[in-house]
Each structure stands twice: as C-alpha cells, then as structure tokens.
Design a protein around this ligand. Structure first.
Ligand code: SF4
Length: 335
C-alpha cells in the first residue's frame, strides 16, 4: 500500500548505499583530513547482505518505490554488485535501477552492469581540467580514465548518461562552460550541483556556493538556453535545453531553490539505517529487524511508520544555525 508523509509526499525513490568506502577523497564530501588511513569504515559483517538489501527493496516497492539508486561511498567497490543488481531486477513493480559512480572502475565494469539489469548510470566529474579534477578528488585520479568509463557505459547501452559536477567558488567555476561544451550534442546530460552543507566535515560556507542562476547565466552567454519542463514530479534537477537543439543540461539548486516540497526520496545506509533526508541527523535501524526474525509485515509496518511520520524539509529551513548540526555524511549515506 503506497505511503505518504506528513506533507503528503509519496515514497517513490530509494537510494541504497552499498558501502561507506571510496577510492576518492573529494574535498567537499570525504576530506582526507577526516577520512584518513585509520578511519573506522564499516566492517564487512556490519554491511547489509545482498539478500537483506533485496528484502528491504522488495518491501519498499510494496510501499510505492518505483526507482532504486545504488550509491556509496563508491558502489563499484562493493564486490559482485552485479549479483545485487540482478536480484533487484527480479522485483516486480520496480521500474528503474540506477547507479551513481566516480567511474574509476566503470571502463571494466560497464557491460557487466548492463547485462545484470542496470538501467541508468550517473557519473561524478567535477572538471575536465586534470589539475583541477585531481586536486578535487585528492587522489590524483585522471580525467581521461573517467571519460573512458563514460564511453564504455555509452557503448554498453547505459545511456543517456548523467554527469554530475559539483561547483565550488574559487575551485572549478571556470570549468562550467568547458564541461557544457564537451558534452553538447552527445545526448549525455551534465547536471551542475550547488555546493551543499552535507554532513559536518566539508567546511561549507555560503560564499563558496556558485548559484544555479549563475551557472545558467554563464552557459547561456555562450550557448543560449531555454527552460524545460520537469520529466516527472519531484525531479531533482531543473532542466535547461540548448536553443540550437544540442541537448540539455540540469542544475541542482538545493541551496538557492529548495525542492523539498516534492521530495519523494528515502535513503538506506550500508549498515541498514533508513534516513528520510540527505541532511538527516539520525537513521532508523532496519538491520536489527532484518536480523531479528521479524516478519515482512512487521518490517513493512516499521518502514511505513517511519515514512508516515516524516516532516523533513531541510533545504527550506537551512540557516546559519543548521549548517553545523551533526548531519549524516554524504559518503556514508550516498547522494
Ligand atoms: S533537503 Fe531533505 S527533504 Fe529536502 S529535498 Fe533534500 S532530501 Fe528531500
């Protein structure tokens, strides 16, 4: 039975983090100073198994979920993730399985992901300039390998591909137009993301935010744009089409144009905690129920109870007082 929250928002999207580990150290998400060599990542036995993830997913589809996105950390680091995708593909009523990756392993894995039943892929790429990109991922990973991963995903049929670029003032705003230009006419869609105060370790300041309006202005000055309608209610990105027909871009404006009113997303952490907002302060422990012999009906009641009481609208209430709250880390909960 589909569920709605206290603001009448249905549960439609479940984002599942399959690992809290990543092989990048992006400064706005997983700064090296915090996530160093001795950081206590989750031990394997604390991660949900594929069977447990598939069980939660199946029950969530019963509550209205139609789209599942696999995230991390870096989801392709989770061994045999193709097996999980094939298990999720079996779930009746699930329309779409997507995955967000830094593409470091994509060139090798793209075809296997497609064959397992993955529908779509989103690649994070914050600059085409090697020096800038390598300073942002902070592990000296080259742009060329990410582009090769995108090509492999395209060849495997995981298209159109979405490319997510987080824009931070003083770091990569000069790369906005080159990024737009590079993917124009390819069918792939670049989404420019406002730098967000996710978690409580990325040193977020409003001064470092390049607003969605500024992003559009910069591109429009070179490649004229016109606003396009959302593909579906609750779509995260605002769509802009190139007037000359060379495709479209998206802007994700969580800071300056909050979209909580239509937010239909829940998130499950790799150790089985359910969060009802990306900026959540605490999660609800589903793993204890999964390992505690609870029946499907009992877990169902728990999930719909959590969503039914949901009041989250963080981006609408963001203020100086909320920025430093001990919010869940993006690397732990996935985007
Ligand atoms: S801030 Fe929370 S409620 Fe608002 S759109 Fe993001 S995840 Fe949804």
């Amino acid at each position: 039975m589909p569920v709605t929250d206290t603001l009448d928002r249905p549960l439609r999207d479940l984002r599942i983090s399959v690992t809290d580990r990543c092989n990048f150290r992006c400064t706005y998400c997983m700064p090296k100073e915090v996530f160093g060599h001795d950081f206590p990542f989750l031990p394997r036995q604390e991660l949900l198994t594929f069977e447990e993830i598939a069980r939660v997913a199946r029950l969530a589809v019963g509550l209205g979920v139609r789209k599942i996105r696999l995230t991390g950390g870096e989801p392709l680091l989770r061994r045999d993730i193709e097996v999980l995708i094939a298990m999720l593909r079996e779930i009746e009523g699930l329309d779409e399985i997507a995955l967000t990756t830094n593409a470091s392993l994509l060139q090798r894995k793209a075809q296997g992901l497609k064959d397992a039943g993955l529908d779509r892929i989103t690649v994070s790429l914050d600059s085409l300039d090697d020096a800038t990109f390598q300073s942002m991922n902070d592990v000296r990973f080259p742009v060329g390998k990410v582009l090769a991963g995108i090509e492999a995903a395209d060849a495997a049929g995981l298209n159109p591909i979405k490319i997510n670029m987080v824009v931070k003032r003083g770091v990569n705003e000069q790369d906005i137009v080159p990024m737009a230009e590079h993917f124009r006419g390819t069918g792939h869609i670049v989404r420019f993301i406002e730098f967000m105060d996710v978690g409580h370790t990325n040193g977020w300041r409003m001064d470092d935010v390049v607003t969605a309006a500024e992003v559009v202005e910069r591109i429009n000055a070179v490649f004229p744009l016109q606003q396009a309608d959302p593909n579906y209610p609750g779509e995260v990105a605002n769509r802009w089409r190139y007037e000359d027909g060379a495709g479209e871009i998206g802007v994700i404006a969580s800071v300056t144009q909050a979209f909580c009113g239509a937010c239909t997303r829940a998130r499950l952490s790799a150790e089985g905690k359910l969060y009802t907002c990306l900026f959540g302060l605490r999660g609800h422990d589903v793993r204890a129920l999964l390992r505690g012999e609870q029946t499907d009906e009992e877990i169902d009641a728990f999930l719909s109870g959590v969503w039914g009481k949901r009041v989250d609208r963080y981006s609408e209430i963001r203020s100086e007082g909320t920025v430093n709250l001990p919010k869940v880390e993006m690397s732990y909960i996935g985007g």
